[in-house]
Design a protein around this ligand. Structure first.
Ligand SMILES: Cc1cc2nc3c(=O)[nH]c(=O)nc-3n(C[C@H](O)[C@H](O)[C@H](O)COP(=O)(O)OP(=O)(O)OC[C@H]3O[C@@H](n4cnc5c(N)ncnc54)[C@H](O)[C@@H]3O)c2cc1C
Ligand code: FES
Length: 335
C-alpha cells in the first residue's frame, strides 16, 4: 500500500507500507521520523488526520486522539488501502534522522513545593555530539526509567547551554512509574538515558503581538524556559502568565515567580486555584476562566501558549476561540 504524508506547508512524502505494518513503522523504515513517544497508542504524540483511503486502528487510548474528524494515531494506524494523511506540522519539523540517545548524570534532585521535584541532569560528553544542551525553550526530552523499557517525556525548564545542564520540574503522580522512582529510589550520581530535544511547542519570535502563557499541573516547565529566554534576551514584549492548579498546595514555590518578575519587569502573573481557598496572591477559578477574563479586557488579542493536561488545554482553546483568537496565534502542548 502507498501512504502519502502531507505536511501543513503542503509537502507530500510518499512511502510504502507493508500489510500489518503501522504508518509510523513504515515512515521510519523510509527514513522519516514523525513525532512519536510511547509507540503504543497511549500518549497522543503521533496524532494526525486521515484525508483519503481506508484504515484500521490497533487498540489505543481514545483520549489520545487529536480533536477533529478522521483522527488517527500513526503508531496504531494500519492502512487497508492507499492512504493520505495530514500531519499537524510543517516539513521543517519532520526529522529525517532518528534522535540519538545520550547519557546524563543526576546532578541534583530536590522538592519543588509539596507535589513536584526539580531534577537537574548533566549530559555526559559525547564524541560526536559534544556536551552542549542544545534545544529551543518549549521542547522536551524523553527520559528512560533505568532497567526498563519505560520512557517518559519531560519539558526542559532551563535555557540551552554549553555545559550540558538539563533542568526539569516533575510532578509526583501517585503510583507513577517514573515519578515514583524519582521520589523513592533516584539519587545524585545515577546515570539516565535521555533522548531529544523533541517537540514543536516553541515561541514564535517573529510575532509582534503580546504573549499570554497559560500552564496547568505539570505544564509550567516549558513556559518557565520561554520566560527565562525572554529575560536573557531582554525581550520587552508584554507578557502575561496564568498558572492553574487544582489546590493551593499544588502550586510551585513562589520563588520561581519572584525570579521571573524580577528578571522580566513587564511580566504579569496570575495563580488560579480551582478548589479550596486560593490563598495569598492567588485567585479562585481555573486557568481557562482567568484567561477569559484577561482576554475580555485585552485590546489586541495576544498570542497564546498553553501547556498542561489535555482537559485543561481543551478548555483554554475553547476560551481562546470564543474570544476570537485565530488558530495561527495559538500554540499548545498536551501533557
Ligand atoms: C510532551 C510532554 C511533556 C511533558 N512534560 C512534563 C513535565 O515537564 N513535567 C511533568 O511532571 N510531566 C510532564 N509530562 C508528563 C510525563 O511524561 C508523565 O506522563 C508523568 O510524569 C507521569 O509519568 P509516571 O511514569 O510517573 O506515571 P505513570 O506510571 O505513567 O502513571 C501512573 C498513573 O497515574 C496516572 N497519571 C499519569 N499522569 C498523570 C497526571 N499528570 N495527573 C494525574 N494522573 C496521572 C496514569 O493514568 C496512571 O494511572 C509530559 C508529557 C508530555 C507528553
Ligand atoms: S506514539 Fe504515543 S500514541 Fe502514538
Amino acid at each position: 500500500m502507498k501512504v502519502t504524508l502531507l505536511t501543513q506547508d503542503e509537502v507530500r512524502l510518499e512511502l510504502a507500507c507493508e500489510p500489518a505494518q503501522t504508518v509510523l513503522d513504515a515512515a521510519e523504515a523510509a527514513g522519516i521520523y514523525p513525532l512519536a513517544m510511547c509507540r503504543d497508542g497511549q500518549c497522543g504524540q503521533c496524532g494526525a488526520h486521515a484525508v483519503a483511503g481506508t484504515y484500521s486502528m490497533r487498540p489505543h487510548n481514545l483520549a489520545a486522539l487529536p480533536p477533529g474528524i478522521e483522527s488517527i494515531l500513526l503508531c496504531s494506524c494500519l492502512p487497508q488501502s492507499d492512504l493520505t494523511i495530514s500531519l499537524p506540522y510543517d516539513d521543517a519539523q519532520l526529522p529525517r534522522h532518528s534522535v540519538p540517545s545520550r547519557r546524563a548524570v543526576i546532578e541534583a534532585l530536590h522538592p519543588a513545593g509539596t507535589s513536584a521535584v526539580s531534577l537537574i541532569l548533566r549530559l555526559q560528553a559525547d564524541t560526536t555530539l559534544g556536551q552542549a544542551a542544545d534545544f529551543l525553550p518549549g521542547q522536551y526530552m524523553e527520559i528512560s526509567l533505568p532497567g526498563t523499557s519505560i520512557r517518559r517525556a519531560y519539558s526542559l525548564a532551563n535555557l540551552p547551554n554549553w555545559d550540558g545542564t538539563l533542568e526539569f520540574l516533575i510532578r509526583l503522580v501517585p503510583g507513577g512509574a517514573f515519578s515514583g522512582w524519582l521520589a523513592q529510589v533516584a539519587k545524585r550520581g545515577d546515570i539516565l538515558s535521555v533522548r531529544g530535544p523533541l517537540g514543536q511547542f516553541t515561541v514564535d519570535e517573529t510575532s509582534p503581538r503580546a504573549r499570554c502563557l497559560v500552564g496547568g499541573g505539570c505544564g509550567f516547565a516549558p513556559l518557565l524556559s520561554m520566560l527565562r529566554q525572554m529575560a536573557a534576551f531582554q525581550d520587552t514584549t508584554p507578557v502575561h502568565l496564568i498558572y492553574g492548579v487544582n489546590r493551593s498546595e499544588d502550586a510551585l514555590p513562589e520563588e520561581l515567580f519572584t525570579e521571573l518578575r524580577e528578571a522580566l519587569p513587564q511580566l504579569q502573573t496570575a495563580l488560579a486555584v480551582w478548589h479550596g481557598t486560593p490563598g495569598v496572591n492567588a485567585v479562585h477559578g481555573t486557568a481557562a476562566e482567568v484567561l477569559a477574563a484577561h482576554l475580555a479586557l485585552a485590546g489586541e488579542l495576544p498570542d497564546i501558549y498553553v501547556c498542561g493536561p489535555p482537559k485543561m488545554v481543551e478548555a483554554v482553546l475553547a476560551v481562546a476561540h470564543r474570544a476570537g483568537v485565530p488558530d495561527a496565534q495559538i500554540f499548545f502542548e498536551r501533557l
